[in-house]
Design a protein around this ligand. Sequence first.
Ligand code: SF4
Length: 365
Amino acid sequence: MAGEMLEMTREKAKALRAAYNQAVRSGVEAFEFDGHELLTDVVDATILGTLDECPRRGSMKKRLIEVVDATILGTLDECPRKGQYAFAYGARTRGEHRALDFGKAYHEGVGVWYKSGKSLPAALEAFNAAYASYVDEGDGGEDEDESREVRTYAKGHELLTARARLFQNEDWDWLGGEQQFVLDIPGCPYRYAGFIDGFGREKGGAQQYVIDEEKTSTSPWLFVANPNAQVTGYVYAARSLFHQDIRRGLLTMAGIYKSSVDGQVKGKRRKKGDPEPVPREVVNRETIDLNPWDLEEWEREVRGKVLNLVSFQGGWDWWPKRTRSCSNYGGCPYRPICQAPPGLREEFLESNFEQSFWSPLDERR
Ligand code: SF4
């Protein structure tokens, strides 16, 4: 019966609850229901409650993705099904909200740091004001609690302070920032959008740079900065917006570590016999110099991915799973959905996530 739809009716919802209760009483991890094997830790109390309330509730709205950006195309690359849940169903965890709010407040702090002539107090104040305006202190469940524990005001201050210490003297001048763009790419049925953090120009020279600021929950030192689809896309967009020969991107990554102190984490011993591990900064910057063919390849790739997306969206039910992505970054939040029988997935999504559609035209991520 694998893959067959589990059609839910009120009677079936009752029978499912009874089968689940029996399985829990017997202490088994899985039980048979209507020809499907269900795991007891996937069919939890919230889902059963939802089914009791209204067994046909699982009819989440889906939205056609019509404007793409680096995040949407990157997620679809990682796992098309993950992209479908995140952007077509808009299924978000509470923890993700917090991560996005923290990121936006951090960007606000960095922007004000440059605009104020590199004043750290001004940057910290801007971060505080922005984070306070986004964040609510409600109980969003376990994943939100975990995210809140790391993404504190103190952590934001630590990252901005470390960034200010490392980049007080730079060999380029800030020209301005926060430029949203929407591009028509030749041969692409959907538009490509994004948000460039800033622009710079080398001191005493003419070369212009695109500035990109990223947060990461993995090491900013292990991050592969080149090739980088996002920065290449920003350089492509900047060239087309300003008709300038821009070829360089400066990518600054801030690692969000629970254990970091004063902007540093414990490093590794370089070689055996070294007395102490060398501490590592949590902020790392990479310079990305692009050739004309990098930009041509980027354009071709985006076109190919968008055409794929058009064909995916023509048949919602066949989006493939890419299971090598399931454990990335601490585990994909949609694993319980992918483990569930196809006919229960929408109910599971509705019970465990909040629906919040997002488009690159609405706000930055
Ligand atoms: S659990 Fe795995 S297969 Fe399912 S959406 Fe996430 S990454 Fe894709």
